[in-house]
Design a binder for this molecule. Structure first.
Ligand code: ADP
Length: 343
């Protein structure tokens, strides 16, 4: 298990990572996302764990052993960066086999391991190809195979989808999630994209301005973000006040049963703040409805709407029926997509 105790990493006087306490790999979660906006210190933290950035204060340890004096190549961690950084003049197999000699895996055993890795990342038959001939998604899968081949005790992925075309990103995200689960290697995934974290991770740590502000199971985080900033970062467009009584949430825009979604856990009775994603505000055409469509945009199978409510508020929502500006609608809340701020 990886443990960080009060870890600070500085560039000059600036603390890019500021007294972080964190642990990964102790529970059942295979993939932990380190999620936060660009510049919050995610890559710096990952690089410090990999031994590529000096630690100014605090201790990074594995199973209780301080890693301060352990050089990167002896940490037994696999690393994949944004653009894979494959060795350009070599074949796919030579890239995947790169770390095996150091583990004293040679000859037939190395060839077997390379074949296993090609199977794992679904690139059977690609071994002799030059890496220059690969697509971006294939190159990232080779980088993943290269990182996993020596059986690292921890896999570190730094925005592995950043350089991949947007159409491919979702399928590659799912593929990487499946591959690291099949490899049974605890994995840290650095990403700024909360959808990517939702697709790939079991647990999510949210980072902001050099510190980790919340760590939770992904579904729990989505429903109980720690504060406004975290809720907005996770896609909330409005924060409204509400109150909870016996797991029923009441707001000016409707009620929702929190018992319908186990991720809420038991929410204490009393006033609360409710973060609304567009998916949590459902508009349906109704000539007697209290809200009016301000703007509607057609998505693939629904309409993204902005409505003015009876009390003059503006909310973003969705409609599964065709609607246009000026239409009257009724709105209701979907507990599955809203969040109750945790403090
Ligand atoms: P993230 O991965 O969350 O985008 P980084 O860890 O790359 O964030 O950067 C965190 C902060 O440290 C940013 O303000 C960035 O500008 C700064 N930073 C990153 N690398 C360096 C460096 N080599 N020298 C100076 N400042 C750096």
């Amino acid at each position: 298990m990886l443990t960080l105790n009060d870890v600070t990493v500085r560039y000059g006087r600036f603390a890019a990572v500021d007294r972080v306490n964190w642990s990964v790999g102790s529970g059942t979660e295979a993939v932990t996302a380190l999620l936060g906006p660009s510049g919050c210190g995610k890559s710096t933290l990952l690089r410090a764990v990999a031994g590529l950035e000096p630690v100014a204060a605090g201790v990074i340890s594995w199973d209780g052993t301080d890693l301060a004096k352990v050089p990167p190549h002896r940490r037994d961690f696999g690393v994949v960066f944004q653009d894979g950084q494959l060795f350009p003049g070599r074949t796919v197999a030579q890239n995947i086999g790169y770390g095996l000699a150091r583990r004293r895996i040679r000859g037939a055993a190395a060839s077997r391991r390379i074949e296993e890795m090609l199977d794992l990342v679904r690139l059977q038959g690609y071994g002799s190809r030059p890496v220059a001939a690969l697509s971006g998604g294939q190159a990232q899968r080779v980088a993943l195979a290269r990182a996993l081949a020596p059986e690292p005790r921890l896999l570190l992925l730094d925005e592995p989808l950043a350089a991949v075309d947007s159409q491919l990103r979702e399928s590659l995200a799912e593929a990487i999630g499946e591959i690291v689960r099949a490899a049974v290697t605890p994995t840290v995934l650095v990403t700024h994209d909360h959808r990517e974290a939702a697709l790939m991770a079991d647990a999510v740590s949210v980072m902001r301005a050099g510190t980790i502000v919340q760590t939770d199971a992904a579904s729990r985080l989505w429903h109980r973000p720690i504060d406004h900033d975290t809720a907005s970062f996770l896609g909330a467009r409005a924060v409204v006040s509400g109150s909870v009584r016996q797991q029923v949430l009441t707001t000016a825009f409707g009620t929702a049963s929190l018992a319908d979604d186990v991720s809420f856990g038991s929410v204490t009775d009393g006033p609360c703040e409710v973060a609304l994603r567009p998916e949590s505000v459902i508009a349906s055409p109704d000539p007697n409805g209290g809200a009016v469509i301000e703007h509607a945009a057609a998505l693939v199978s629904s309409w993204r709407v902005r409505v003015t409510t009876a009390d003059g508020s503006t909310l973003e929502g969705i409609s599964s029926h065709p609607v246009k500006a000026g239409d009257r609608v009724q709105i209701r809340l979907d507990a599955g997509a809203l969040a109750v701020i945790a403090r």
